[in-house]
Write a protein that binds this ligand. Sequence first.
Ligand SMILES: C[S@@+](CC[C@H](N)C(=O)[O-])C[C@H]1O[C@@H](n2cnc3c(N)ncnc32)[C@H](O)[C@@H]1O
Length: 276
Amino acid sequence: MKKEKPTRQAVHEEPLAWIRQHVHEEYGIYFPESKIYSLKSKLQRRVRNLELEDVAEYARHLRDNPDEVPYFLDAITTNKTKFFREPKHWHFMEEELIPAWRGKNEIRIWSGACSSGEEPYTMAILLEEAHRNHSTYPRYRVLASDISEEVLRRGSRGIYHNRDLQPVKKYNSQFVSRYFDRDPQGNFQVNRDIRRKVYFRQFNLTFKSNPFSRKFDLIVLKNVLIYFDNEMIQNVIDNSTELLADNGHLIISHTESLHEIEHSLEKISPSIFQKR
Ligand SMILES: C[S@@+](CC[C@H](N)C(=O)[O-])C[C@H]1O[C@@H](n2cnc3c(N)ncnc32)[C@H](O)[C@@H]1O
């Protein structure tokens, strides 16, 4: 089903509609007309923090202050994530991808909506395991990108609370002691070896710019397509397909689908695709 586009509005006439159109055009994030009040309530806390009168004043503030953008994005998106989220994908990576990559010079992975880092670090941990088991296993780099600067800051620090590590322990009880260091506050930091191989960068999936010069063996775009309309998803998938190396894989969430999207990838499962 084709979603209707937010109509162009002037900021002073219909501030909320202007914000809706702005998030769609600039970030591909789509709020249907029926969710416009959900958008409003997400912004209320920011309105209060800035001691503004209302969302109308906030819309003008956003239009006139580029510095507001990161706060705005943090207010309207959900950054919910966790280590080893949707474990079937990580079993697939361990059992199918990691053995298949053995003959490569370097493995390049991109987590395109990495939030606070749990997803890219999950993949890095599995590749560290491959190194542990085979000393000649190829080196790897993980590019971790997101639109939100706040989550990227958290990701590059790599510090997590004990409760965040429960899914790590559940996946493999050895991984916490192998790949995390305890800090003086009782939190856990991803070890330095791993942090050196995971690069955090801001990137907007609208692909208005394309800073990538090399191709990826695996692209992970989980739990982000859900924010976009079909036109935006088509654009993200076209660009990502272009960025995949031959035989490279794309993984999306179990709750997302490329059902209505045209693409040339082979479907390995409903959420795993391969470029042939
Ligand atoms: C729910 S989190 C998903 C995190 C992780 N991929 C996972 O599955 O656990 C969605 C992330 O998408 C990011 N995001 C939303 N719109 C984006 C855009 N246009 N470009 C890049 N990232 C975006 C948000 O900032 C948020 O961190």
